[in-house]
Design a protein. Structure first.
Length: 140
């Protein structure tokens, strides 16, 4: 999906959701190829882009990933718009992605990568539903 040169916040949110889905597809491909470190990375970025879709609807953007995640937790998890258990899974995904990308000798496991992909899938599904309802002008 090509992003227009200019568009509404709804266009940006839709684009970010599609980006999240693409990242998740990449995670699945890497997982099938037993590239678990890469699968962890792509699953995390699926999570990050999905969260960024909500921030687009709020009219905010953050330069640092930790700010993106922290504000999602503050505005959406602590207020229980999204379940607290999902907030913990997001934090875990961030830690695993960081270890997978930067820690020498880190061994990513099949089970770990599978869990990261499941977390990304669950979050994308919930965020897409939330965003679609919100874009229609209804309270989610």
């Amino acid at each position: 999906m090509a992003l227009p040169e200019s568009g509404s916040v709804n266009d940006l949110a839709r684009y970010r959701i599609e980006t999240a889905k693409s990242d998740l597809k990449s995670a699945h491909i890497l997982f099938r190829e037993k590239e678990y470190r890469g699968a962890n990375n792509r699953a995390y970025y699926a999570i990050y882009h999905a969260i960024s879709a909500i921030h687009a609807l709020d009219g905010v953007s953050y330069k640092r990933h930790k700010d993106t995640l922290a504000n999602f937790n503050k505005d959406y998890v602590r207020t229980e718009i999204f379940p607290k258990a999902l907030g913990r899974k997001i934090a875990e995904a961030e830690e695993i992605r960081h270890a997978s990308d930067y820690d020498d000798f880190y061994i990513a496991t099949k089970d770990e990568a599978e869990q990261q992909i499941q977390t990304a899938w669950e979050l994308i599904e919930k965020i897409e539903t939330y965003c679609m309802v919100r874009m229609q002008g209804e309270n989610p």
